[in-house]
Design a protein around this ligand. Structure first.
Ligand code: FES
Ligand code: FES
Length: 168
């Protein structure tokens, strides 16, 4: 039986300490969108089955619709809005645009959050590993092939940038 009583919940959101009043069982997704005015985290299925609501918690992708508030207390949450300064997220966005990987866009913020975390941690580095980390994401527009291709481009662009900077 979900708890309806609200209490303060303090966590780190996009590098800032925040405290919100919420029920212990309230999904993080509702707090982000309804209380904290962060609509970039999307509501898709609400059942941890589509990946549209992915955020990073302590650097790992998690579905905000399936994350109760009690579980984020004291942890670091990053939403798509918190990735504004991330070079990896920027490369991904550029590659998605170049390849027209986004159609309606409903799935994209969750996908970019997951890919950013996976690329930065070294988990996603080739086609196979990209497909593996995107396994939890649905794209109803059928852009999967372009999304994988754009992710590969973003990784290649990062490697090219590193090589350029390494030149004497
Ligand atoms: S809305 Fe969270 S996984 Fe679909
Ligand atoms: S671009 Fe429409 S759901 Fe993925």
């Amino acid at each position: 039986m979900p708890s309806l009583a609200e209490s303060p919940h303090t966590f780190i959101l996009n590098d800032q300490n925040v405290t919100v009043s919420a029920a212990d069982d309230e999904p993080l997704l509702y707090v982000l969108r309804d209380q904290l005015n962060l609509p970039g985290t999307r509501f898709g299925c609400g059942l941890n089955q589509c990946g549209a609501c992915r955020v990073l918690i302590d650097g790992r992708p998690a579905s905000a619709c399936d994350t109760p508030m009690w579980s984020v207390v004291g942890h670091a949450v990053v939403t798509i809005e918190g990735l504004n300064a991330s070079p990896t997220a920027r490369r991904l966005q550029d590659a998605f645009e170049a390849q027209q990987a986004g159609q309606c866009g409903a799935c994209l913020s969750g996908i970019i959050v997951t890919l950013t975390g996976a690329i930065d941690s070294g988990v996603a580095h080739d086609e196979r590993s990209i497909r593996s980390v995107l396994d939890a994401h649905l794209c109803r527009c059928g852009s999967h092939a372009r999304i994988v291709s754009a992710a590969l481009d973003a990784i290649a662009n990062a490697s090219a940038t590193k090589l350029t900077h390494a030149q004497p």
